[in-house]
Every structure is written in structure tokens, then in C-alpha cells.
Design a binder for this molecule. Structure first.
Ligand code: 13P
Length: 251
């Protein structure tokens, strides 16, 4: 039995006043959710969100991390720093990092290995562009993104990892994948992992991300291989994020 996970990726949004209000509401509203709930604020707010979350079951995660532990890497944030703040998860290889900051499959694999070694849980994002879907390359692209990491890290490093399937065409567009489209790719991801190790595949949580909202969450999460969501825009609205967490917990 896989515990559903709902992760809020706040991206580069919010300020102190907004975040303090959001956390205050989420602490109360998500209390009864059976899903594991995670928020991933911008780096500069991690410390204040950690304090605000005190006494709550909501977990803390980061949106990215350096593959290096220290040194002359201006503007980067390291895993020891995230450990200092009790971050439990790190989002890796988000499509915005891949497309806007030129992160390659190989770099994502390096970050994955470093994250696992530091004792944090990677949330590995994979997903195809619209052009790739329309030319029937979805599984090829997702397979390449996933297998580059498995081959570099070793399947045994996936015990605490999470995979997030985020079709690029669904991110921030309001065009959610249909439950069937999501289930098909999620099942394929699990099958790819099973080629390496069946037990790891059975236990692996595969999240869906891309225009998840309060209205579509339940039908997405009802699918056998959809184990929760990675939520962008709707994670900034307490009521919507709460409804998504309830939908995940009810599955
Ligand atoms: P939206 O939920 O805003 O489409 O963003 C999804 C996402 O990129 C989460 O990482």
C-alpha cells in the first residue's frame, strides 16, 4: 500500500506575509488528511516555513539543489544547507529547470545521487513536451529521463525516491492530462522501474503534475498508478490545496 503524497511546488511565488497566512490555514485545514502533505517554498523562505510548520505533520521540501556540497558556486544551495533546515524532499529535474536552466538528464542524475547520499528524498520529475507527445515520443522521452538516473544511481537508490510525471504541455496551462493519459504513462513508468526491480516498482510513488486542481484531483488520483500530485498554481490557494490533499487521502 502506497501512502499518497501531495506536494505543493510554490515555484517563485509568495512573500513573508502571504506565506505566513497560507501556512496558518494549511496547518488547520490539512490536519485530517490521510495523505502525506509537503510544501516546497522558495529557498529564502525555507527557514521561516520550517518555524511556521512547527507542530504540524506538513513536510518541508526544496525546489532544486546543487550537486556540490560546498565551494565556489555563486548563487547555489547545497544539500548540507537543506539538511540544516530539516528539508525532507527535493524536487529534481523539473521541466522549468530543464528548459530554462539547461539541466540535462546527466546533471539531474548527479543531483539525484547527491540528494540520496545526503539522506533527502528526491522527487524526480519527468515529462514530454506537446511536440513530443504529438509525435508519439512520450514513453521514449520519459524512459530516457528516468533510465538515465536509474542507470547512474542504481535502482537500490530509488527506495526513498518519488517520481513525478509532469507533461510539459499540462504545466500552468489549465490543460490537465486526462485520467487515462495519466494512468497510461504512470503504469509505463512503473513497468520501466520493474525491469530493474519489481519490489521497488511496487513501492514507488508516482505523482501526477500539471494543472491539478480541486475539481480534477479526485478523478486523477482514482487511478491505480497515480499516487498523489505535484501541484503548482493550486498549491498557493489554501482551499484548493486542501481539497487536493483530501482527494488524495480519500483514495
Ligand atoms: P501547475 O499545477 O501550476 O500546472 O504546475 C505544475 C508543476 O509544475 C508542479 O511542479
Amino acid at each position: 500500500m502506497r501512502t499518497a503524497l501531495v506536494a505543493g511546488n510554490w515555484k517563485m511565488n509568495g512573500d513573508s506575509a502571504f506565506i505566513s497566512e497560507l501556512i496558518k490555514e494549511l496547518k488547520v485545514s490539512t490536519k485530517s488528511s490521510d495523505a502525506e502533505v509537503l510544501v516546497c517554498p522558495p529557498f529564502v523562505y525555507l527557514s521561516e516555513v520550517k518555524q511556521a510548520l512547527s507542530g504540524s505533520a506538513i513536510k518541508l521540501g526544496a525546489q532544486n539543489v546543487s550537486q556540490n556540497n560546498n565551494g565556489a558556486f555563486t548563487g547555489e544551495i547545497s544539500l548540507p544547507m537543506l539538511n540544516d533546515l530539516d528539508c525532507e524532499y527535493v524536487i529534481l529535474g523539473h521541466s522549468e529547470r530543464r528548459s530554462l536552466y539547461a539541466e540535462t538528464d546527466e546533471l539531474v542524475a548527479e543531483k539525484f545521487i547527491a540528494t540520496e547520499k545526503a539522506g533527502l528524498k528526491p522527487i524526480l520529475c519527468v515529462g514530454e513536451t506537446l511536440e513530443e507527445r504529438e509525435s508519439d515520443q512520450t514513453l521514449e522521452v520519459v524512459g530516457r529521463q528516468l533510465k538515465t538516473v536509474i542507470n547512474a544511481a542504481g535502482i537500490e537508490k530509488f527506495v526513498n525516491a518519488v517520481v513525478a510525471y509532469e507533461p510539459v504541455w499540462a504545466i500552468g496551462t489549465g490543460k490537465t492530462a486526462t485520467p487515462e493519459q495519466a494512468q497510461d504513462v504512470h503504469a509505463a513508468i512503473r513497468a520501466m522501474v520493474a525491469e530493474y526491480d519489481a519490489d521497488t516498482a511496487a513501492k514507488l510513488r508516482v505523482l501526477y503534475g500539471g494543472s491539478v486542481n480541486a475539481g480534477n484531483a479526485a478523478e486523477l488520483f482514482a487511478n491505480e498508478d497515480v499516487d498523489g500530485g505535484l501541484v503548482g498554481g493550486a498549491s498557493l490557494k489554501a482551499n484548493d490545496f486542501t481539497a487536493i490533499c483530501q482527494a488524495a487521502g480519500a483514495q
